[in-house]
Design a protein around this ligand. Sequence first.
Ligand code: NAP
Ligand code: G3P
Length: 485
Amino acid sequence: MFNCIVGEELTFKNLVNGQWITSSSNKFIDIYSPIGNCLVGKVPAMTKEEVDFAIKSADEAQKLWKNVPVNERAEILYKAADLLIEKVDEMSDIMMREIGKDKKSSESEILRSADYIKFTADTAKNLSGESIPGDSFPGFKKNKISLVTREALGVVLAISPFNYPINLAASKIAPALIAGNSVVLKPATQGSLCGLYLAKVFEQAGVPAGVLNTITGRGSEIGDYIVTHPEIDFINFTGSTEVGSRISKITSMVPLLMELGGKDAAIVLKDANLDLAASNIVAGAYSYSGQRCTAVKRILVVDEVADELVKKVKEKVEKLKVGNPVDGAEVVPLIDNKAADFVWELIDDAREKGAHLLVGGKREENLIYPTLFDHVTTDMRLAWEEPFGPVLPVIRVKDKDEAIDIANKSEYGLQSSVFTENINEAFYVAERLEVGTVQVNNKTERGPDHFPFLGVKASGVGTQGIKYSIEAMSRPKATVINIGK
Ligand code: NAP
Ligand code: G3P
């Protein structure tokens, strides 16, 4: 259906202990573009022995890296950020071909990652420890002081998803490295060309041999082996709730930081600015075809303003540009046919159960046209499941309490938006929502990246965000001074 995006076929290697290697098995995984199903490149399928070596060399390198002064680690990160900026054109072309994200969004993901890396270096240089006097606790005297510093954890396993292959790898690597850890990156297979390119940037910036290693191979084949590897000290995972919960079941005593799926609601109250709500909802739901954890995935609107809001949303959805990311389309083919099949099942289910199809409901291979359903009810799968595609359900509610109730019944708890001009109503709703972040009068979104970002319930474990990620990937070390003993 789509022509291939022009570009050379890429064969990438893995970075292990400072060397770029293919696999001794000589097996490669072909990466096909979601646009026209053309071959973009190939990456090695690593063997278990090679995984062992990558993790072992990370473990050894970390022993030296943790003693490198923070200001020197920071210089390497600044260099990496500059290189990302320098290479934005080439990298964004690869991203567009590999995951079908439009050029402008690909560029902005890369530039945002450069900012993330710089901000991480700045933040780490400004972190300080604390000293705690003993005599504030009953029964203790002034002669006891706890000096609290922070220490690295060891080898961090970073597993990233397909949809932000640079940002969600960089936002694991940079805080882990600055905290003195070494990193083993396992990028999503679809996204591994971007992930390996990013590793090259860090290597060129001066990250020493072994401090950043990469592993490629299908998660279904090597995932369990890597996450249960005895030399992994921390797992930082972004991906589906299904894989995340599997990792948490099969690992033992390894701390986890997980960003998982979501079903973010946009709650629209009667006194909302409906134009503002509609434009935020449409941008939030359909950009990159809804393949964002933080995409708006349901509208909960009170009956009084439902007709008017739906009309405005519908008008905007009809104007979305659909097609090839090369032409700047907002709604592009999904990552693969399997993803499109799943979205199609949800569309079928909603149709069969009587939801009103207002826009879309059309498919060509892995392209799902932007789809909007009104009068979705809670017996439909679309009310609860995460499509990761361009389909948005409108659920009409009688009041704010019913909206909160339905929002909280979700197994997920990433973010929610509330649209209202009344600050008291905003706080009423925000206080009651079981999510990591509530956006007042804005679409759900992660950025800016120094804000805390977390999911509750099935949406995650632990907190990301630049300072929070550094803290998560380090631990306090207390040295207690006992004066006069
Ligand atoms: P996914 O299928 O769960 O894959 C994520 C990563 O896990 C990939 O690197 C994958 O490798 C790897 N993996 C697969 N099986 C594994 C196993 N048994 N052990 C260890 N790793 C394994 O997710 P995705 O399709 O890439 O991304 C979409 C999902 O991610 C959505 O649910 C979305 O909501 C979520 N997400 C969440 C956030 C957030 O911040 N909360 C951000 C982005 C995405 P392979 O590619 O080789 O299978
Ligand atoms: O889905 C991944 C997340 O990093 C998206 O970021 O700011 O576009 O919501 P944002």
